[in-house]
Design a protein around this ligand. Sequence first.
Ligand SMILES: Nc1ncnc2c1ncn2[C@@H]1O[C@H](COP(=O)(O)OP(=O)(O)O)[C@@H](O)[C@H]1O
Ligand SMILES: [Mg+2]
Length: 346
Amino acid sequence: MKQQLEKILQQVYNPLTKKSVLEDNLLVRIDEGEKHTLVLLSNGDKKWQLAIEAQLRTLASKEGIAPDSFKLRWETKTQSQGPVLRPQQSLPGVKHLVAVASGKGGVGKSTVAVNLAATLAQMGLRVGLLDADIYGPSVGKMLGLVGRQKVELRADRIQPLEKFGLKLMSFSFLIDENQPVVWRGPMLGKAIEQFLYDTDWGELDFLVIDLPPGTGDAQLSLAQLTQLDGAIIVTTPQSVALLDAGRAVAMFEQVGVPVLGVVENMSEFICSHCGKTNHIFSRGGGARLAAQSQSVLLGQVPLVEECMAASERGEIPVHKTKNRALAPVVAAFEHIARNLLSRLEQ
Ligand SMILES: Nc1ncnc2c1ncn2[C@@H]1O[C@H](COP(=O)(O)OP(=O)(O)O)[C@@H](O)[C@H]1O
Ligand SMILES: [Mg+2]
C-alpha cells in the first residue's frame, strides 16, 4: 500500500511548478498504520493543497485504494521553499486569471469574454480564453470552431487551439455537438482543473475564463482550485437580472474572489437603420450593482444587431472595426479593457 501510494505520487503534480510532488520534494513521509498518513509539505495555500489532494484521490480510487484507507497531513514550513511558495501565481506563465461570470444565462457573458479577450489581444497582450461553461459552451461557435475539434496532446499536455491570435480551449472541442453534458459536482471540478492545469497555455498576460451562469459547482471549484485575480460580473440593466447578478457577486465574495467590476451588457439598443438609441431594459442597473458590490462599472455595451450577427458567423465583433454599426461596441470594449487593466494595477 505504501509503495502504491508512492507510485501514485509520481503522477501527482504541483500545479505551480508542473513537476511531480516527489520531484519537488513535497513528500515528507508516509506513516503506515490502520490508516496510512501522507505527510506533505504545504505552501500554506488551501486551494493549492486541494488541487493536489484532488489529483491524489482520483488516482488512488482508479488504483482501487479505498478513500478512507489513507489521509493527508500538510506540514507548513515558514522558510521559503523557492518556486513552491508562490500562492499568488496560480498558473505558471499566466500573469492574470480573470473569470467572466453572470447570475443567469443569456445576458451576454460569452460575448463579453470573447470580445474582451480579443480587445486585450489587439492591445498587444498575450491572451488565452478558456470556455468553462460546460452546460452551454458557445465560445467555439462564436469563433467559427463549431463542434468537435482536433485537439492535440503533447507530452500529456492538451494543446490549446489558436485562432484570431487567441489560445483557446473549450469543452465543446472535445464533445460532439448536441451531446448532452451530464457532468456534475466533483467531475465538473476535475474537468475544469484539467483544463486549467493540463492545457499548455504557455506564457500569457491574460487567461479569460467564461464560466457557466449561476452560482454552482463550477464557480466554486474554480475559486478553490486557482488564485483568480478576480471575477467580472456581466448583467443586463433591468432589476430581475441584477438580482441574479447580485447573487453571483455575493458568492464570489464568500469564497474570497475579488469582484473586479461589472459589465452592463445590452445597456441600450442602437438601431442599425436610424442609429437612434433606446433603453429597452431600463437604465443604470450596472452602476447600481457596482456600487452595491463596492466594485466599479467597467463599462456598458450597447445592444447592436450586428454584434449578434457577427458572432453567429463565427467572427469577433470587435474585429470588425470598419463596420460603422459596430463602432460603439468596439469603443465599449476598449473602455472596459482599459478599466480592467487599471483596476488590476491597483
Ligand atoms: N451587446 C449585444 N448586442 C447584440 N447581441 C448580443 C449582445 N450581447 C449578446 N448578444 C447576443 O445575445 C445572445 C446571448 O449572448 P451570450 O454571450 O451567448 O450570453 P451568455 O453567455 O450569457 O449566455 C447571443 O446570440 C449574442 O450574440
Ligand atoms: Mg455563454
